[in-house]
Design a protein around this ligand. Sequence first.
Ligand SMILES: Cc1cc2nc3c(=O)[nH]c(=O)nc-3n(C[C@H](O)[C@H](O)[C@H](O)COP(=O)(O)OP(=O)(O)OC[C@H]3O[C@@H](n4cnc5c(N)ncnc54)[C@H](O)[C@@H]3O)c2cc1C
Length: 491
Amino acid sequence: MKVAIIGAGIGGIATAIRLVNKGYEVDVFEANDYPGGKLSQFQQGKYRFDAGPSLFTMPQFVDELFVLSGKNPADYFEYIRLPEVCKYFWEDGTRLDVSANIDSFANDAEKNLGEPAEKIRTFLKNSALKYDILSGLFLEDSLHKFSTWTSKKAFRGYFNLPKLGIFGTMNGANESYFSTPKAVQLFNRYATYNGSDPYQTPATLNIIPHLEYNIGAFFPKDGMFGITQSLVNLAEDLDVKFHYESKVKEIIVKNGHIIGLKISDSKNEVEYEHLASIVVSNMDVTPTYRKLLPKEKHPDKILNQDKSGSGLIFYWGIKHDFKELGLHNIFFSDDYRTEFDYQFHKKTIYQDPTIYLNITSKYKKNDAPDGCENWFLLINAPANQGQDWEKIIAETRQNVIDKLSRNLGVNIADLIENESILDPRSIEMKTSSAQGALYGNSSNNKFAAFLRHANFSSKINNLYFVGGSVHPGGGIPLALSSAKIVASMIK
Ligand SMILES: Cc1cc2nc3c(=O)[nH]c(=O)nc-3n(C[C@H](O)[C@H](O)[C@H](O)COP(=O)(O)OP(=O)(O)OC[C@H]3O[C@@H](n4cnc5c(N)ncnc54)[C@H](O)[C@@H]3O)c2cc1C
């Protein structure tokens, strides 16, 4: 039986691997001339950059795909657990290097922030507990099947509802729990891991730190793109066929049944139809309906939900080696609440933005020339709604240079050897993500989990959806989870 997958994002590739293992003949059609979607890479002079994701958690979701295929993961993909999670910088000179060892982290937080060590330890234990209750229900099964809600896992969730923080905000919970504003800010930051606002998103998202601290933060030996490349290698070894520069123009449907895809092959300048009995769309669900299924009824309530945050990314080749920086670095804003108000209400970027700085050359030396570093700077940005991006980019670039120069005590502008920029418009253009959002629909309300599209169509037989815009959500682990859910539905 033939399956056609639209998009070679991480969710599409993982679905291909799972379905080929089930005996299907799988073709993947990708609009770009490279795989990975957001999880891609590029070269800028002598510097290599991972284009999108920089934090790797839950590597077992990747390993699982090799094991499932009867392969040894280490033959394809190697990674290490990071000894240090992140380096934090505040404008008043406070510094905190967060160790992967929870006791060291807790003790350093007490010493440097004044936050009692025991509070950090208990918070992370509670985070693990919540994850344990919720993951089975929200992350591993479809929320759109009756059987999910009558399962043992669901009843465990119902009994523990008050513990899960569904009714309050992340910031509310963290402010009433921690003793110091800096610890609140540090843990509020986890809302940004799925593009949310800690002042609006439910405290349920306090499960995220569990992934980074209790399970760990990892780094693939070949950089983040190593995840994509190793999975493409595996899929090709299993006979999945990838068709690049092959943009899907239409999902052909007849009487509620899938017939195949209409494809525009820009390399060979031809348009053709590809017949398939099952279609899985890894394209963002909103343009899948709006562009590929114009004649079908659209689930507008879901498609019109507010989108998650996006990002403004500066990729800088830096001709200096900063000993005080690590792989992951955060330079916090002095006014976090106002920063999120700008992002989610004023729909622009605050003048004192929090800066996330990722430097893969700290671990992968050949990503930058000797004595130099490849800086990936991510500033949280609103989704694209036609803002004056040229103005926002110019102002933010200056603010970022000023802030980093203040914090690091050198004029950063003098060190930038080369540069490129990704903004919500270009994210939308390169990956078809609605409004350039990084994580699909926003999670800024307690019903968000139910306002993501299901992994299947209830109207069109054999049409499925995978990836960061649908259930269970955005980010590499969840996109991989969605592939598992989709594959389990295709019998
Ligand atoms: C800047 C940035 C930073 C991020 N940081 C992190 C992080 O640190 N950790 C983390 O876990 N996640 C992070 N994310 C989120 C993560 O990258 C995504 O959630 C995940 O990669 C989404 O994968 P996906 O399967 O939904 O596919 P996508 O990456 O969205 O890919 C979809 C693919 O479909 C293709 N496509 C679309 N339309 C068509 C069509 N009509 N025909 C053919 N092909 C089509 C696109 O070209 C693309 O290749 C980040 C994202 C960005 C952009």
